[in-house]
Design a protein around this ligand. Structure first.
Ligand SMILES: C[S@@+](CC[C@H](N)C(=O)[O-])C[C@H]1O[C@@H](n2cnc3c(N)ncnc32)[C@H](O)[C@@H]1O
Length: 462
């Protein structure tokens, strides 16, 4: 399968001839009806929409036989869309629940009618257990696991029903279907059985739903999966690999000079904790069982919120000579002191800003040996002003860091704007478009900035 927009990669000049026209928010945020297949099996609220990936795959001139990487693949929008367009892909994701979702969403190798048959059997069996025993005894999570949940994120009865279903999935387990069935349960848990809402941060609703048709909702989700897969049954589709991995250390999973394009939305310093967004399903499905495991996964993520900053963190070393980032961090700290904010979290705001940009510099530096010369890259990030109202121009700073590491800046396209509730300002969400020219060229930050010596030896372009 080929995409029709371009046969060849676009040159820098050609790329500039196609400025990206921003869409109105209501269009830019929405999952089009025609894009629901595969994408809607489970997705982050407000992850970038498939049409954005499609537009940039077209703009980058990617074609069958080439490979796209999403180093922060979340729930897999880039990978799913690439697969739909016939392009091979690789994803990295540090959150085990999101990794699992991506991994399943690109697995279309399941026989639809057999999946429905098996799921129907499981549903009947779960309904049988519920009919025979009701909620007696009420199934609960182990204490350590339960403590990880946001308070009241799910009421006791829907949780009980979910655990009964999970037990039936285990006892009637069929490896051909289990992963798809579990992903359907993850979606049901969050979007039908829980008291969670996303706005875009995860929160708990005031009115709790005491009960929910968990089994019926789950079976409907499984049927959706089967229906999506039916048209591609017995079709050869391109490979999509997803690794539970840290994008700051891509070397374990990539061949040198193998990546033709990158399209991704990394975290940005907006206090969003992706392990919190996915906490309910991560805990119920057993991806995270206790604090120690949670902490270990958090450490594998770029620091973007004050809940995952650790004493031993040192990614800030990558930007210790970047004057603008240092001044920004100082301004955040100054504002904190002026406002008399003294909590532990508030004290970490300036540190997390340095760690964030340092982590992204680390990732961009380490990625270089694996990019083919001429590879195009798109990083979707948003400006942020929540840190005590000091504006962080994420896209512009990221572009500056990338240029310092030898990438060429093609442009910064406006994707959408969103209203910051605290300031009522419209914040820009942008696509930073880069090109990797090849070679080992590095340009120091501004006139006299350079990567700290202890970091430069970490990569080698051979
Ligand atoms: C904005 S979300 C990506 C959403 C994605 N575009 C989608 O379609 O769902 C950013 C993701 O980056 C992941 N992440 C953060 N730091 C990471 C790291 N160092 N390595 C791999 N993944 C990371 C987070 O867990 C989160 O899922």
């Amino acid at each position: 399968m080929k995409i029709g927009i371009a046969e060849q990669k676009l040159s820098m000049t050609q790329l500039n001839l196609f400025p990206f026209l921003p869409k109105p928010n209501r269009v830019a945020n929405k999952l089009d009806w025609n894009d629901r297949a595969f994408h809607d099996w489970y997705r982050f609220v407000l992850s970038f929409p498939p049409h954005l990936v499609r537009e940039y795959i077209g703009k980058f001139g990617l074609r069958a036989g080439q490979k796209i990487l999403d180093p922060f693949c979340g729930t897999g929008t880039t990978l799913v869309e690439a697969k739909r367009l016939g392009i091979e892909s690789i994803g990295f994701e540090g959150n085990p629940m999101a990794h699992f979702a991506s991994h399943v969403k690109v697995d279309w190798n399941v026989t639809p009618h057999a999946l429905i048959e098996h799921a129907t059997l499981v549903a009947e069996s779960a309904l049988g257990v519920l009919e025979a025993h009701g909620a007696n005894p009420l199934r609960i999570l182990p204490d350590e696991a339960f403590k990880l949940l946001l308070k009241d994120s799910i009421s006791p009865l829907p949780l009980h029903k979910s655990l009964v279903l999970l037990a039936q999935l285990r006892s009637l387990k069929d490896d051909r279907f289990l992963r798809h069935e579990l992903l359907a349960l993850a979606k049901t848990l969050v979007f039908s059985a829980s008291n969670l809402h996303f706005g875009p941060e995860v929160g708990v609703t005031c009115s709790k739903q005491k009960d929910a048709p968990v089994i019926e909702g789950w079976l409907a989700e499984v049927k959706t999966i089967a229906n999506d897969v039916r048209p591609v049954e017995n079709t050869m589709t391109p490979q999509a690999l997803v690794h539970l991995a840290d994008s700051r250390q891509p070397g374990h999973f990539l061949q040198p000079n193998s990546i033709d394009a990158v399209f991704t939305s990394p975290p940005y310093p907006n206090e969003k904790d992706y392990t919190r967004t996915t906490r309910l399903e991560s805990v119920v499905l057993g991806f995270i069982n206790n604090k120690v495991e949670l902490r270990a996964f958090k450490k594998g993520l770029v620091r973007s919120n004050t809940r995952n900053v650790y004493k031993e963190d040192d990614d800030d070393g990558w930007v210790s000579n970047h004057e603008e980032i240092q001044s920004l961090a100082k301004a955040i700290e100054k504002r904190r002191i002026e406002l008399g904010k003294t909590s532990g979290f508030e004290r970490l705001y300036s540190k997390v800003t340095r760690l964030y940009f340092g982590g992204m510099a680390y990732h961009l530096a380490e990625l270089r040996p694996f990019l083919r010369p001429g590879a195009c890259l798109g990083y979707v990030v948003g400006d942020q002003a929540s840190y005590l109202q000091i504006m962080i121009r994420t896209g512009r700073l990221l572009a500056d860091i990338a240029q310092s590491l030898g990438y060429e800046l093609v442009g910064i396209d406006l994707f959408r704007t969103r209203l910051a509730t605290a300031t009522r300002q419209q914040m820009r969400e942008e696509v930073v478009v880069l090109r990797w020219p090849g070679g080992t060229k590095t340009i120091p930050w501004g006139q006299r900035r350079g990567l700290p010596a202890e970091r430069t030896h970490r990569y080698s372009l051979g």
